[in-house]
Design a protein around this ligand. Structure first.
Ligand SMILES: [Zn+2]
Length: 117
């Protein structure tokens, strides 16, 4: 089975660009909160802090996603993209279509989920 690596690479780069765009917006939002802290009341300050915490949580998710994308791009470069990191079996292209950063075949992913709780 031959994968259209270039298509996956383009998709991954697109995703990367999208997430980086969102990350910039989130960082701007977090900055705005800091600047406003001096002149807002207690209640809205708590609102602002909550918003900041949410922004930071989604920034965490995004940086995790960026790591997965970078790893997938690296695997394309290395020529082992589309292989399960656990058992070396080929990951079905339907699975890669659905989630191009996926690192494991369905069996290993299910096993890892069970193991990690
Ligand atoms: Zn596997």
């Amino acid at each position: 089975m031959t994968l259209d690596l270039q298509a996956y690479q383009e998709r991954l780069l697109d995703l990367q660009e999208q997430i980086m765009g969102i990350t910039d917006l989130v960082q701007d939002a977090a900055k705005t909160v800091e600047l406003d802290q001096n002149r807002v009341g207690r209640l809205s300050r708590m609102d602002a802090m909550q918003g900041q915490a949410m922004a930071m949580a989604s920034a965490d998710r995004q940086s995790h996603q960026l790591k997965l994308i970078a790893a997938a791009l690296q695997r394309i470069d290395d020529g082992d993209y589309g292989q399960c990191l656990e058992c070396d079996e080929a990951i079905p292209s339907a699975r890669l279509e659905a989630d191009p950063v996926t690192e494991f075949c369905i069996n290993c992913a299910a096993q890892r989920e069970r193991r990690d709780g």
